[in-house]
Structure formats: structure tokens, C-alpha cells
Design a protein around this ligand. Structure first.
Ligand code: G16
Length: 544
């Protein structure tokens, strides 16, 4: 195997965001752009010679090309073995599982998650460490520093590898294993959930379901598990073939983008259960007949009912949520006397808590939830959790949600996104908010009296690392909150996210429409941040 060292010059825009580096495909196709980033990953690692690297992606445009480059670079840099999903496909949670199961040194996951795919759309790459989770900030900081000084990269002069045939081969000293993308993951799910019970409920007609794979990675996983193993009717899983451009859609499982599913669930004769997952299979949207479950409520309901699931029957050690996620899960933790952690946005912040067994279940408002079974959020896991719960409780999704609200109260919640805002305007909005923080406590709008106004900073309780500037929080004495932050996953301009939350104890008011219930907070948010005034826009681009 001949190894070549190429000279290169740094790019100045390779700073990883909330979850790895995400850019337009065209940017990744710039000379040496991908090679620079991959070499910088390897330059940030120690003692990986001869060890295992897992490789896979969500199948979007440029996935296959990038995998061939990474194989050659991994060979040149001295990895001993590559485990690659067939066709170059691995969902993000499946990749996390494989890293853990085969005790790999780490993994490279190729995805831009819920962002659109295709030659003119987005691509992404991130590094996961040996616990199966996204690399922590300390690593991504080193990686970014390396991207700014890189001067050479190594690549092996070998033929492209056939990604489509399962099996083992050796090139130079490098072992390459192409594995079934689904099998290990399906086996793990069967250990966590009561597949027999779910199967019986489906066979008895107690559960009917539709799952929208959005032409993305979960199609093969969902078909295998939901249809082949659990017996859901053929066709229950739709948009099931992963396409390089996701069929031209936006593989983001919310009611705006998974509109086909939404129409089914709010149409005539809806099934008992509906769900969707995103580009790389780590996000989920949960629905029942005529009901959408917010991710924050879903997390709280899962935490409250964890003992109904075989893997968590003995109880859970604690829970965590990202800061902008609603406080619904806090109420469950309080009642069950469980530790509850508030982390910055980004799954990587849950890793230490999970490793130290401080938490078992965690989740985010951004349609992500998961547990200690892997170190990524896991879309199908959440779907199976709900199916297991429905089968155990023999209740509809709506009844489960209403019963939960009755017991804990409802945290009425929604998020307004202003996408692709001019970066200068977005930074101006944040600056304007910052300048008001000291003067806000005590200020009131009707019953909403500001209790605190700050910029969230997190100290990791395991390694004491500090992550500052993680979003602006305005908390009111009645429990309401408004949170502002800029997204770390977009690829065009800046995306301002406004998170709105109001607590309602009164059962008679639980059925209110969230937009109506939150209208007052929306108005306060505008007065504080002036997004409409400063952009000239009249409404958010997406409401979830
Ligand atoms: C990623 C992260 C999540 C985060 C989400 C949104 O998800 O893994 O932890 O909540 O981005 O981040 P932001 O608000 O910064 O856009 P995914 O599914 O895109 O990998």
C-alpha cells in the first residue's frame, strides 16, 4: 500500500457547530476541503494506530464519495480496521451502537441530519469518540485549531472499496468489514423493549401505525423492525427508501416538513400511532390520532413511565434536558425524586452524565430523545418506547398525554425559528438582548413578571468543564420562560430560535391551542428582541 503525503492550505471556516461540521456540498467539494477536515480529526487523536474506526452516513449526496476518501485516509493514517455500514449507510444511533459494541476507537458519521440533501444542499461530518457519542467540546476545539494550521494530509493509493457487498477484505495492513447496517441495531432494540407484547397488540389490531421515514436513513431500519419483526402491515412504513436528495424534501420530523404524516394523523380514520424520523435517524416526532406530542412532553412522559419498559423496569438513575427544552421533565423528576440536569443544546453534553450513570433518559425540544443504550439521540428508540407504552397501558396517545397533564400540569410550549437571517442582524439582536439583561428583573407585562434574565452557562458536573454563552434565558415568576439562541446547525446566514413556554395547572385549560396560549409571550419576545422590526419579516419561517 503506497501512502502519499499531499501539501494543503487551511480553510478558515471549519469550526464544528452543535453537531459536527455542516456546509453546502459545494463547499465540501472545494479542493482538499474534506481531506483537510478528516486529517485534522486524525491529527487531534492519540494512540489510534491499529485500532477500529466505524464509518457510515445517512446516504445523502456525496456520502459515497466522502467514504472512499476517508477509507484511504484512515488506511494511510494507520487505523487497523474499518467497520462500514453496507452501501455506506448507518443511522447515527446505529453508528453509536456499533462503536460501543465492537469497542471501536471512534467513528466518523457523515450527515447533515435534518438539513436537505443533494448537489446544491448540505453535507456534514462529525467525529464520535469511543463511548459512541459526539466528541466533546474539548476535542472539537482542538480539531478546529488543527484545521487552521494544517499543511499536509496523508492518503493511501488504493482502489475504491465495494461498499455494497457484506464481507471482509484486507488492503495493505487494513482490515475492512462491510456489515449489515440494520442487524446490530435491531438486536439492541429487541433487548430494550417488549417486542412480544408490541407484536401481540399489533396483531390484535390494538395498535395501527404509520411511520414516515422521509426518504431518509430510517427506512430500512423501520421496515425491518416495525413491519418484519413486529408485524405492522406492509406499507405502514412509507417514504422508506433512502434517497440522496430525500426526494427533494426537508427530512426534518416536525409538522411543517412531515406534512404527509400530519395529514394522515389529523385526517379521516387515523391510525393509533404515527411517527417520523429525520435524515440520519436520531430525531423523532410522535403523534397519535388527532394529536401531536411535543418533544418536551414526550421526554417527560417517557421519564414518568420508564418502569413500563423492560430495560428500565428497575428504575432510572436520573434525567436531563437541554436548557431550551420545557420544564415538563423537571416536574416528573421532582415527583419521582430523581436528579434532573439542565445542559446546553447539543447531545454531546449528555455524554458525561450518561457515562457516569447520573442519568438514564435525556432529551431535547429539537425532536431528540434517548437513553443510556447508546450515546446519540435515537429516533426509532423513541418510537418503540411509545409503542411499548401504548401496548402496556392499552390507552390512546391522547389519553396518555392528557393523563400526564392531569397529574403534572401542562407546559405549553413552542419554538419560533427565523431561518437564514443576515448574520449581522442576528448578532445585533443578541447584542440588543444582552444589553437589557441587567435591567429586566422586576419588569412586568401583565401577570408576567421577570424573575431572572441571564446568559446560560454550564459547568459539567463530571469533568467541571465550563460552556458559556449557551443562550439567553428570561424567566418569569409564574414559571413562564422565553429563551433566545442562534442555531449551531444551519448552513446559510444565522437562524434565530425563540423558545416559548407557559405552565398551565388548570385541567380545564389543557386543551388550548399552543399558539393562542403563548400569544402574549410571543409579543413580549418581539418587544425584547425586535426580530420582526430588524428583519422586516412578519412571521417566523418555521413554528414547531
Ligand atoms: C443537533 C444536536 C442537538 C441539537 C440540534 C439543534 O441535532 O445534536 O443536540 O438540539 O442539533 O441544534 P441547533 O438549535 O443549534 O440548530 P441534529 O439532529 O441536527 O444532529
Amino acid at each position: 500500500m503506497q501512502i502519499k503525503t499531499h501539501n494543503t492550505t487551511p480553510y478558515d471556516d471549519q469550526k464544528p457547530g452543535t453537531s459536527g461540521l455542516r456546509k453546502k456540498v459545494k463547499v465540501f467539494q472545494s479542493p482538499n476541503y474534506l481531506e483537510n477536515f478528516v486529517q485534522s480529526i486524525f491529527n487531534s487523536l492519540d494512540d489510534f494506530q491499529g485500532k477500529i474506526l466505524v464509518l457510515g452516513g445517512d446516504g445523502r449526496y456525496f456520502n459515497r464519495r466522502a467514504i472512499q476518501v476517508i477509507i484511504k485516509m484512515a488506511a494511510a493514517n494507520g487505523f487497523g480496521e474499518l467497520i462500514i455500514g453496507q452501501g455506506g449507510l448507518l443511522s447515527t444511533p446505529a453508528a453509536s451502537n456499533i462503536i460501543r459494541k465492537y469497542q471501536a476507537f471512534g467513528g466518523i458519521v457523515l450527515s447533515a441530519s435534518h438539513n436537505p440533501g443533494g448537489p446544491d444542499e448540505d453535507f456534514g461530518i462529525k467525529y464520535n469518540v469511543s463511548n459512541g457519542g459526539p466528541a466533546p467540546e474539548k476535542f472539537t476545539d482542538t480539531l478546529y485549531a488543527n484545521t487552521k494550521t494544517i499543511s499536509t494530509y496523508q492518503i493511501a493509493e488504493i482502489d475504491d472499496v465495494d461498499l455494497d457487498v457484506i464481507g471482509e477484505s484486507t488492503v495493505g495492513g487494513l482490515k475492512i468489514r462491510i456489515i449489515d447496517s440494520v442487524a446490530d441495531y435491531a438486536e439492541l432494540m429487541a433487548k430494550i423493549f417488549d417486542f412480544d407484547l408490541i407484536k401481540q397488540s399489533i396483531a390484535a389490531g390494538l395498535i395501527t401505525l404509520r411511520f414516515d421515514a422521509m426518504h431518509a436513513i430510517t427506512g430500512p431500519y423501520a421496515r425491518q423492525i416495525l413491519e418484519n419483526q413486529l408485524g405492522a402491515a406492509p406499507g405502514s412504513v412509507f417514504n422508506a427508501v433512502p434517497l440522496e436528495d430525500f426526494g427533494g424534501g426537508h427530512p426534518d420530523p416536525n409538522m411543517a416538513h412531515a406534512h404527509e404524516l400530519t395529514e394522515i394523523m389529523f385526517g379521516d380514520n387515523p391510525p393509533v400511532f404515527g411517527a417520523a424520523s429525520d435524515g440520519d435517524g436520531d430525531r423523532n416526532m410522535i403523534m397519535g390520532a388527532n394529536i401531536f406530542v411535543t418533544p418536551s412532553d414526550s421526554l417527560a412522559i417517557m421519564a414518568a413511565n420508564a418502569r413500563s419498559i423492560p430495560a428500565y423496569a428497575k428504575g432510572i438513575s436520573g434525567v436531563a434536558r437541554s436548557m431550551p427544552t420545557s420544564q415538563a421533565v423537571d416536574r416528573v423528576a421532582d415527583k419521582l425524586s430523581l436528579p434532573c440536569y439542565e445542559t446546553p443544546t447539543g447531545w454531546k453534553f449528555f455524554g458525561n452524565l450518561l457515562d457516569a450513570d447520573k442519568i438514564t433518559i435525556c432529551g431535547e425540544e429539537s425532536f431528540g430523545s434517548g437513553s443510556n443504550h447508546v450515546r446519540e439521540k435515537d429516533g426509532l428508540w423513541a418510537v418503540l418506547f411509545w409503542l411499548n407504552l401504548i401496548a402496556r397501558k392499552r390507552q390512546s396517545v391522547a389519553d396518555i398525554v392528557h393523563e400526564h397533564w392531569q397529574k403534572y400540569g401542562r407546559d405549553i410550549y413552542c419554538r419560533h425559528d427565523y431561518e437564514a437571517v443576515d448574520t449581522e442582524i442576528a448578532n445585533g439582536i443578541l447584542g440588543h438582548l444582552r444589553s437589557q439583561l441587567n435591567s429586566l428583573p422586576g419588569k412586568s407585562w401583565g401577570e408576567n413578571v421577570v424573575k431572572y434574565a441571564d446568559e446560560f452557562s454550564y459547568t459539567d458536573p463530571v469533568d467541571n468543564s465550563v460552556s458559556a454563552n449557551q443562550g439567553i434565558r428570561i424567566g418569569f415568576t409564574n414559571g413562564s420562560r422565553i429563551v433566545f439562541r442562534l442555531s449551531g446547525t444551519g448552513t446559510v446566514g444565522a437562524t434565530l430560535r425563540i423558545y416559548l413556554e407557559r405552565y398551565e395547572r388548570d385541567v380545564l385549560k389543557h386543551d388550548q391551542d399552543a399558539q393562542v396560549a403563548l400569544a402574549e409571550l410571543v409579543e413580549i419576545a418581539e418587544q425584547l428582541c425586535e426580530v420582526k422590526k430588524r428583519t422586516g419579516w412578519t412571521a417566523p419561517t418555521v413554528i414547531t
